[in-house]
Design a protein around this ligand. Structure first.
Ligand code: F6P
Length: 324
């Protein structure tokens, strides 16, 4: 392999830039060329390419977002779109791809590989941490720190006014952000899709918490939670059933995706970038680089997509115990 393409696709996450930097510099270290592909698969279809050298990635390790931009390309889901993308890669002399993103990104890479036999390597980049084969995806740690910081601030005002806050956090169908940030932020209850608490138990728990002398409360809700009511309907429900509470809602939204990556995410991105390029150079394809037991490892892309990143049951128990 003499030339590798790198792209970011799907929802951006802090640490993507650090991963791009690592990929570009590992290519330079091994004397091969690197091409940045803008706007994910859409840029591949449109031939939006730029040659990158070690100096193209100066001063980006600390930056959130992705300098290569990101997109969710519907055109790449069609065989015609993928054909255009393939032709562009061949024209450019690109012989392998590093794709940084989540399961949608990996699904696209696998389909592309099955049609054209094109070597691909995935780096997990999403704040949701919902990828099998790695304990951490890029951006997850930074997002957790952002959420905990927000909860701390909400706690100040909640306790000043003796209020109950419902704080909705991201995570798509996974509760990793809610569970971990909820524990770290001292939430009274944490609602996640993996564990249905139920409305009755929520009310019961809030009643108990009031009776035990707590004057303010924070309930963290994962956006994918299955309690059957969205965060605003939950507020109405509690207003109607527990009038002793003064309830407010805070939806943290896209601020969770931004910001300077944490030290952990920068180091992880740097490690995964090196491993991704060196694996391709060793002739490995269709894998994702990830982290397990603090060791960088490889998981087949098909498994990374299909496997479930299980919630930590011990954390559920810890949360139950320390909210009393
Ligand atoms: O996958 C990352 C994520 O931020 C999810 O947590 C969220 O559900 C989704 O992306 C939001 O997507 P969009 O930015 O397209 O609204």
């Amino acid at each position: 392999i003499k030339k590798i393409g790198v792209l970011t696709s799907g929802g951006d996450s802090p640490g993507m830039n650090a991963a791009i930097r690592s990929v570009v510099r590992t290519c330079a270290f091994h004397n091969i060329e690197c091409v940045g592909i803008y706007r994910g698969y859409q840029g591949m279809i449109e031939g939006d390419f730029k040659e990158m050298g070690p100096r193209s990635v100066n001063n980006i390790i600390n930056k959130g977002g992705t300098i290569l931009k990101s997109a969710r390309s519907s055109e790449f889901r069609s065989p015609e779109g993928r054909k255009k993308a393939y032709d562009n890669l061949i024209k450019q002399g690109i012989e392998a791809l590093v794709v940084i993103g989540g399961d949608g990104t990996f699904t696209g890479a696998l389909t592309f590989n099955s049609e054209y036999g094109f070597p691909v390597m995935g780096i997990p980049g999403t704040i949701d941490n919902d990828i099998y084969g790695t304990t951490h995806t890029l951006g997850y740690d930074t997002a957790l720190n952002t959420v905990v910081d927000c909860i701390d601030k909400i706690r100040d005002t909640a306790s000043s006014h003796n209020r109950l806050f419902f704080v909705e956090v991201m995570g798509r169908d996974a509760g990793h952000i809610a569970l971990n940030a909820g524990i770290a932020g001292g939430a009274e209850e944490i609602l996640i899709p993996e564990e249905d608490l139920g409305l009755d138990r929520l009310l019961e728990s809030l009643q108990k918490s009031k009776a035990s002398g707590k004057s303010s409360s924070i309930v963290v809700i994962a956006e994918g939670d299955k309690i059957g009511k969205n965060v605003f309907e939950l507020k109405d429900y509690v207003d109607a059933n527990l009038p002793e509470y003064d309830v407010r809602v805070s939806v943290l939204g896209h601020m969770q995706r931004g910001g300077s990556p944490s030290c952990f995410d920068r180091v992880l991105a740097s490690r995964l970038g090196v491993k991704a390029v060196e694996s391709l150079l060793d002739g490995v394809s269709n894998f994702m680089v990830g982290l397990k037991n603090d060791t960088v490892n490889l998981t087949p892309l098909s498994l990374a997509i299909k496997g479930k990143s299980e919630i930590d049951r011990e954390l559920l128990r810890v949360s139950d115990i320390i909210t009393t």
